[in-house]
Design a protein around this ligand. Structure first.
Ligand SMILES: Cc1cc2nc3c(=O)[nH]c(=O)nc-3n(C[C@H](O)[C@H](O)[C@H](O)COP(=O)(O)OP(=O)(O)OC[C@H]3O[C@@H](n4cnc5c(N)ncnc54)[C@H](O)[C@@H]3O)c2cc1C
Length: 392
């Protein structure tokens, strides 16, 4: 028989979304178990770009000291701007904010970034356990906990509310959302990430390359240190499948482009090549609140459909789930009806950004000449360029 423990809330997944929800709940004095199948620190396939909005939430949750320490160790690399390269090779540079030093945006390899945010959950009082969740526990159709493998044996974590933040392949989401209501390919993407050493970089810049073969999508070079770049490329899944693309070949082709090849020094190293998927928040009508459960971050599918950024939205939804969970605990009501306000809050916080980004992704990113025109236009109007970038 499986051993059993009881908590007020169980959070599955200690990535940015789950760790944020667990931190906020623990800081509110709640008994929260935070489960992850991996031991931290651990890698996660990502571009590693951490937006200013995400940093502000972390500061609000008391992480300024941890961020400053990680920055001093060179694990968080501050950014001061972006470069956009159009299909015809035209370049647009957009400087970022000029805020105080603790409010920069960063490139922070997830090995380091996630360790900071997971540690904050533990320091706030969440009970972290390495356990792989196999399924939600159900009673009369309601989620009442999870069944997980811990140290090789089965364990039941029981709670009136489960926050599922177990990423894009979420075990809990798959079992709760009917098969007919999963993400469709038009609202998903597939992407490849690698680290490169020995490349000429634009220090403190993230670079986006928009060219015909990768649209609707982009390739990126994000400087992550004096001699380290996170590089990769991603594309909308329906187009990727239709054109029978191959991401590893696309990476080779990208690195062979004259403008990129000339930046690679003799003896450069391309390492940690890995592929993962993304679910966009642009698909309408998906359910995120269930009897006894809420979906957060990539488990819900809250990635921006133009930029591919999902960390900020994982943090936002983690906070909103914690707020909704706190209210439900006070009322003692964990029904879908009572938790539905979470869906409204997520909609209010994220939908307008998703809609704008999806519009640009669908009607612009399919047409290289339009992308060229836009980058030329933005290059002539610096103020509009900054405003445009801030809307994404
Ligand atoms: C190639 C690529 C590049 C990206 N680049 C960026 C970027 O530069 N900036 C950005 O903001 N976003 C980026 N994203 C999106 C970003 O990675 C995600 O939006 C973000 O990680 C979502 O956080 P999360 O906490 O919801 O999920 P995750 O970060 O995926 O965390 C989920 C956690 O759940 C755990 N877990 C999974 N299953 C189980 C289980 N059964 N039991 C227990 N634990 C489990 C995992 O171990 C993991 O720790 C990128 C995504 C990809 C694929």
């Amino acid at each position: 028989m499986a051993s059993v423990s009881e908590h007020e809330v169980i959070v599955v997944g200690a990535g940015p979304g789950g760790a944020t929800a667990a931190t906020a709940l623990a800081q509110a004095g709640r008994d929260v178990a935070l489960l992850d199948r991996q031991r931290f620190p651990r890698d996660k396939i990502c571009g590693d770009a951490i937006s200013l909005g995400a940093i502000r939430i972390m500061n609000d949750l008391g992480m300024a000291g941890k961020i400053a320490a990680a920055r001093a160790r060179g694990e968080f690399y501050p950014l001061d701007g972006m470069r956009l390269v159009s299909p015809s090779g035209r370049t647009l540079e957009v400087p970022f904010h000029g805020g105080p030093a603790d409010e920069d945006s960063y490139v922070a390899p997830r090995l380091y970034y996630d360790a900071v945010i997971q540690q904050q959950a533990i320091d706030s009082g969440a009970c972290f356990e390495q356990a792989e969740v196999e399924a939600p526990l159900l009673a009369d159709g309601r989620v009442v906990g999870v069944r997980a493998r811990r140290n090789g044996t089965m364990h039941e974590y029981r709670a009136p509310l489960v926050i599922a933040a177990d990423g894009v392949t979420s075990t809990i989401m798959r079992q709760l959302r009917p098969e007919t209501e999963q993400h469709v390919d038009m609202h998903r993407a597939v992407a490849l990430r690698a680290y490169v050493e020995g490349m000429e970089l634009f220090p403190h810049k993230v670079e986006f390359f928009l060219y015909e073969e990768v649209l609707p999508g982009y390739a990126w070079i994000f400087s992550a240190g004096d001699d380290l770049a996170n590089i990769g490329l991603g594309m909308r899944l329906d187009v990727f499948r239709r054109n029978k693309h191959n991401l590893k070949k696309m990476l080779r082709d990208f690195l062979a482009m004259p403008a990129i090849r000339s930046r690679l020094r003799e003896g450069h190293v391309v390492r940690d090549v890995a592929i993962w998927q993304l679910s966009f928040g642009s698909q309408k009508g998906l359910q995120h609140a269930f009897d006894g459960a809420l979906l957060v971050g990539d488990a819900a599918g809250f990635i921006n459909p133009l930029t591919g950024g999902g960390i900020h939205n994982a943090l936002i939804s983690g906070l909103l789930a914690a707020e909704t969970a706190g209210e439900a605990l006070k009322r003692g009501d964990f029904s879908r009806e009572s938790l539905r306000v979470y869906e409204e809050r997520c909609h209010e916080a994220m939908w307008s950004g998703m809609r704008t980004s999806f519009f640009y992704q669908r009607f612009l990113m399919n047409y290289p000449t339009l992308v060229d025109w836009l980058i030329r236009f933005l290059g002539r109007h610096g103020g509009v360029a900054k405003a445009f970038v801030s809307k994404l």
